[in-house]
Design a protein around this ligand. Structure first.
Ligand code: NOJ
Length: 718
């Protein structure tokens, strides 16, 4: 293990800047291709980290150049976007969030890390923990939804899963919490657009997941592309340094987003590359990803006195320390040496299938169409997502191969060998071609039941994929309506990276599933749900709007002074739609019938240092086993700042056999009822709180109870 200070003392300025420089080498779908120019840079010590190169051969070849071929032999750091799997692709994060299970989130991250590490990757640019309440934004698919509590649990679980117990182990990868911060609230839902949220919202909604990631030991943070009320995040010293490092205690590396340092010029806050480099470095950005801005700008910035050597050294120290923590000095070729064990690979596919089926949300089953009874022998699968294995992977599918993904068609055929499953796309995902509708309708006429596989293509969400409409693209609605007009038992399976405006569909289809993009095992998982081999258990991680006009829509709204009252026109409402979403946050049906038999708060008065135990009795009155999720919300009834009508505090799950009763116990420390006070410091204000327990954020289904926190108003940290 090197002595970092001694190493630093030996480094030339060019070598130091090299450590702050991360460059990509391109790759194709068949494997990585080394771009000619990066090998020269590696040999000269001008590149300290590389992104987008994976596969043992390619990684080790470059590593050899760095370790054996450069003056100081400092190993390279290989980073890659392992957002929801490396080779085996798990559900997109928005889907996996629906499982509401931190244990699952950690397990899938662990497996993704092991596959990535086997490919030589040492750092993932994940988890993406951007809370978002705007489904126009394409990147909502990459994050855990609308709620900061869910996002914080997700952040912790993913960091633990990626990093494992020992960061230096050849099966661990460092995690990067991104995109810091409030990237999920761009103006008009357009990717990369400016963000303007209040400081309060920043502290209540967008910062908490990052704090959770830091507490879980995340080794890297990536500032987002946008400007926050005029200050580009790549140069935001207040947040990157004072909040993240000083207040939260982050001690890792800050890595810019792709080309973001150079883009400070485009933002209009830097006149040239030297100023851009200086702004970012001073703000605390250690690594410049793909900007060439540190390489080109830092020498000039030093000359002009915009930065000094201590600023450069601080960043280099952090990068070297990260390489050390990842075990790269001791074992530069460590990742990639473990052999692939076939049993293990089969286990990963099984986990992908489990994660996928637990991510499916059964939105509606009013007609009781699901699960299919044995009498369903002839199935018509229609719609452009029915046989679309590549789309099943969703955005950022790393080294995943769509050819290995299970389509809905193949999943259904495998699960129903005694039945006939026939397929017709009917229409393409997008575009005006309706020529195939007639043939699809013919197929439906001959079937006992129809599976309507509709939605978006994988490339319609993700980075640079915002939409100004939440409608089904192309002519899919025409296809769906023609199918529904037949009056056959029909299940709508919606594959999409965001909630779509489908109020016209729900209720007309006998059942509707949110199937997002479920990854390599998508088709098998969907078949598990349709056939009843598994009971659905996913719950919406966001409010599902009725139409685009309701956006942004989220349950943690404040009531305002004129909360919606149907009897009073002059209250907050629309003329044309209810305020409520089509489906609330937390909504998701099972094949069981679970009811909350009782909610009991063991003590209704506690002091600020104590906790409330809330005991919830559940009973499955149905004939099928079910995994139920229970949410605990709270409202501070009178506070110095108006509080949201509902704040999510905790989530619990409970598996119940038919006829079985069970209990979940929430233990809620009084300090969890604190909030950013008027000075934005966390404060716990004594007084009465309403606690609400139920299966979703639908107020009509919540069981309320009141508790009181005793004592004086006090700072929650003190
Ligand atoms: C740009 C994306 O915003 C970021 O999430 C990603 O990690 C980098 N590109 C690298 O691929």
């Amino acid at each position: 293990m090197p002595d970092i200070e001694r190493l630093l003392a030996e480094m030339t300025l060019a070598e130091k800047i090299g450590q702050l420089n991360m460059l990509a080498a391109g790759f194709t779908v068949t494997g990585p291709v080394l771009a000619g120019d990066i090998t020269g840079g590696v040999r000269e010590g001008r590149i300290g980290s590389v992104l987008n190169v994976f596969g043992v051969k390619a990684v080790h070849r470059l590593q050899l150049m760095a370790v054996e071929g450069t003056r100081l032999g400092i190993p390279l750091l290989f980073g890659f976007d392992v957002v929801h799997g490396q080779r085996t692709i798990f559900p997109v994060p928005l889907a996996e969030a629906a499982a509401m299970d931190p244990v699952l989130w950690e397990r899938t991250a662990r497996e993704a890390a092991m596959e990535a590490a086997r490919d030589g990757v040492a750092l993932t640019f994940a988890p993406m923990i951007d809370v978002s309440r705007d489904p126009r934004w394409g990147r909502i698919v990459e994050g855990p939804g609308e709620d900061p509590t869910v996002a914080s649990l997700f952040a912790e679980a993913k960091v633990r899963g990626f990093q494992g117990r020992d960061l230096a182990s050849p099966s661990a990868v460092g995690a990067t919490a991104k995109h810091f911060v409030a990237y999920g609230a761009p103006a008009a839902g357009r990717d990369y657009a400016s963000v303007d949220v209040s400081e309060r919202t920043l502290h209540e909604v967008y910062l908490p997941p990052f704090e959770a990631a830091v507490k879980a030991g995340v080794v890297a943070v990536m500032p987002a592309f946008h400007d926050l009320a005029g200050e580009p995040m790549t140069a935001h010293g207040d947040l990157l340094d004072r909040w993240l490092r000083v207040r939260t205690g982050f001690d890792g590396v800050v890595i810019s987003d792709y080309h973001a340092v150079a883009e400070l010029i485009d933002h209009g806050v830097a006149a040239d590359v030297a100023e851009a480099a200086a702004l970012a470095l001073k703000a605390g950005v250690d690594i410049d990803m793909m900007g060439y801005a540190y390489e080109a700008g830092l020498p000039k910035a030093l000359d002009r006195g915009l930065v000094d050597m201590a600023d450069v050294d601080r960043a280099v120290r952090r990068v070297l320390a990260l390489k050390q923590r990842l075990g790269l000095f001791d074992a530069p070729y460590g990742r990639g040496t473990a052999a692939l064990d076939e049993d293990h690979a089969a286990g990963v596919r099984a986990l992908a299938r489990e994660a996928a089926r637990r991510s499916v949300v059964l939105l509606d089953n009013a007609a009781g169409v699901l699960p299919f009874p044995d009498t369903v022998r002839r199935i018509a699968l229609v719609g452009p997502l029915g046989d679309a294995p590549y789309d099943m992977l969703g955005s950022w599918s790393a080294a995943g191969d769509g050819a290995e993904a299970v389509s809905i068609l193949n999943g259904l055929r495998a699960a129903m060998p005694g039945s006939q499953v026939r397929f017709a796309a009917g229409v393409p995902i997008d575009g005006n071609d309706e020529a195939g509708i007639a043939a699809a309708i013919d197929l439906c006429r001959q079937a006992d039941a129809v599976v309507l596989a509709i939605g978006e293509g994988a490339n319609m969400s993700g980075e640079a994929a915002s939409r100004s409409s939440l409608d089904l693209p192309g002519r899919q609605r025409a296809l769906a309506e023609a199918v529904l007009d037949l009056g056959k038992p029909t299940v709508a399976v919606i594959c999409a990276g965001r909630p779509l405006a489908v109020d016209w569909l729900v209720g007309r289809a006998g059942a509707t599933l949110a199937a997002w993009f479920l990854g390599s095992e998508a088709g098998n998982a969907i078949a598990d749900i349709l056939t009843g081999a598994a009971s659905p258990s996913g719950r919406l991680p966001l409010s599902w709007p009725r139409n685009l006009g309701q956006v942004p829509i989220f349950f943690a709204e404040r009531t305002g002074g004129r909360p919606d009252d149907p009897a009073d026109r002059f209250t907050s409402k629309y003329l044309d739609v209810p305020n409520t979403p089509l489906f609330p946050f937390g909504h998701g049906l099972t094949y069981g019938d679970v009811t909350i038999a009782g909610v009991d708060v063991e003590r209704t008065e506690i002091t600020a240092d104590e906790a409330f135990d809330i005991v919830v009795d559940l009973r499955n009155e149905g004939r099928v086993a079910a995994e139920e999720t229970v949410f605990l919300f709270a409202r501070d009834l009178v506070a110095s700042v108006a509080r949201p009508a509902m704040d999510l505090k905790s989530i619990a799950r409970c598996a119940l056999a038919p006829g079985e009763s069970g209990t979940v116990v929430f233990s809620l420390p009084a300090r969890d009822l604190s909030f950013p006070g008027r000075d934005l410091r966390p404060v716990l204000e004594p007084g009465e709180f309403e606690l609400m327990v139920g299966p979703s954020a639908d107020r009509k289904r919540l069981i309320p109870t009141r508790v009181r926190v005793l004592g004086d108003r006090r700072s929650a940290n003190g």
